[in-house]
Design a protein around this ligand. Structure first.
Ligand code: MAN
Length: 351
């Protein structure tokens, strides 16, 4: 029922010009998506690493306010007694508590535009670059919500202080205004609703409890988009095997006659990522009306199975037009793909 775009993957790292000469693009994935004027705009997560590494040390890019569109470099000795280098995304410390010492790459946002939603022109330079102390390890996974005439971008801000959620506002995709951190660590996968409900703004987000509890989806409300409260747990990692490890909101909620349509991700215990959906009440986003009992999209294609981090389909944006839903998604953490499904077909997957 869901149809993958024939030209998939529609954006690959070969199309992205590195930010500086000493960098190499390791992935372009997890993009926000929105219709703006007569174009489809994607805000791409572009991950870069230091090019030409030598064999004794690993060089890590760190965002540094003083360097415009470039990074300072941290060196980590390749000491296999001290660190674990087996995960392509992280360097783990082996002594003491198992903690992440650093990410192996750093991400920024790049704008891509298209008239047909398939062939995209990608900006040659960064659109939004990591800047604040909470972004020293990068900015990731942007979600765009069109709300009251402006566009709000929720994103993951990563630093040695943890993984948290930032908010940026734009009216034109040229000037961007940072509004600060809206959820403290550890939290990510935050989507804003495109309108107020009973006089309040709403967001789904995904805190990560460490000792008690699981990475589940929560709902919060706000009257100014900056201060969030009335936190409510809404969806648990399921007992089905494709979402046992973690879940998180994907695309910002889409308004339909049947309710708010939410396309979200789940990961199984092997770290394989799937997409699925649930429907919430139009006047109470805390009330789940229906939920699909199987995945909408499973990583089966080579471009989803093989890449920087294998077996991942992960969305940050979907666009509905004339009851067709176009889902833009990151494939294997290094490319962007697209899949489409009619609203009726999608709703028929719900119990
Ligand atoms: C996840 C992945 C990584 C990301 C880290 C930190 O494990 O999405 O790509 O860098 O979290 O946010």
């Amino acid at each position: 029922m869901i149809i993958r775009e024939k030209q998939n993957p529609i954006i690959t790292k070969e199309q992205i010009k590195p930010t500086a000469e000493n960098l190499v693009v390791v992935g372009v994935f997890n993009c926000g998506a929105v219709k703006y004027r007569d174009e489809i705009i994607l805000l791409l997560r572009v991950a870069e690493a230091i090019a030409n590494q030598n064999s004794e040390v690993i060089q890590i890019p760190i965002a540094d306010r003083k360097i415009k569109n470039g990074y300072s470099i941290k060196e980590i000795a390749k000491d296999y007694h001290k660190y674990d280098f087996n995960d392509s995304r992280f360097i783990y410390k082996l002594d003491g508590k198992r903690q992440i010492e650093n990410l192996t790459s750093i991400s920024h946002f790049r704008l891509a535009r298209s008239k047909d939603g398939v062939n995209f022109i990608v900006d040659q330079v960064p659109t939004i670059f990591p800047e604040t102390v909470y972004e020293e390890w990068g900015i990731e996974d942007p979600r765009i919500t069109h709300l009251e005439g402006s566009y709000y971008i929720t994103y993951t801000a990563v630093s040695k202080y943890g993984v948290c959620v930032g908010l940026i506002k734009t009216d034109d995709f040229i000037q961007f205004q940072r509004l600060g951190i809206i959820f403290s660590p550890e939290n990510k996968d935050t989507v804003l609703f495109p309108e107020q409900i009973n006089g309040k703004y709403y967001a789904y987000h995904r805190p990560v409890p460490t000792e008690i509890g699981y990475p589940d989806i929560w709902l919060s409300s706000s009257t100014d988009l900056l201060h969030w409260g009335e936190h409510e747990h809404i969806l648990s990692v399921a007992t089905n095997d494709w979402s046992q490890q973690r879940i998180g909101a994907g695309a910002p909620p889409i308004k339909t006659k049947a309710g708010w349509l939410n396309i979200y991700h789940g990961a199984d215990n092997d770290g394989k990522y799937y997409l699925s959906s649930f429907l919430t009440s139009l006047d109470d986003p805390g009330r789940i009306i229906k939920i699909a009992n199987k995945p909408l999209l499973t990583p089966t294609e080579d471009y989803e199975r093989i890449g920087f981090y294998p077996n991942v389909v992960f969305t940050c944006g979907a666009i509905m037009e004339n009851d067709m839903i176009d889902i833009y998604y990151g494939a294997a953490d290094d490319k962007i793909a697209k899949a489409s499904i009619s609203l009726d077909d999608l709703l028929s997957l719900h119990d």
